[in-house]
Design a binder for this molecule. Sequence first.
Ligand code: 5GP
Ligand code: ZN
Length: 113
Amino acid sequence: MENCIFCKILAGEIPSSKVYEDEAMLAFRDINPQAAVHVLVVPKSHFATLAEMDEAQAELVKQCFVKIPAIAASLGLENGYRLIVNQGEDAGQTVHHLHIHILGGQAMGEKML
Ligand code: 5GP
Ligand code: ZN
């Protein structure tokens, strides 16, 4: 997808700090971390929100969630972690390619949820 920063990262056109990759997803460190560990899991298909997702894309998202425990373990998050999937403007979604935030490495404390 033109002008999508995550599609450019998936295509290798923009560098990222990769933590995991397979045929369904790429996981890399957020450029502006909001926790001690902040990784984005990005399915290898462009769509902005769950409302726009087709069946094939839903399969990729399923694979992301199946793999996240192993990714979290590889990041040392045995004490727990938070997942966030922002959907649209009110949620503050800034990159319109669906992605799952993994946040951890510290107690989340007073943040929302
Ligand atoms: P959103 O607010 O859309 O849920 O999250 C987008 C996330 O992408 C933000 O946390 C932001 O820091 C991250 N991000 C934006 N551009 C880049 C980039 O070029 N590289 C990396 N690694 N993360 C990015
Ligand atoms: Zn994209």
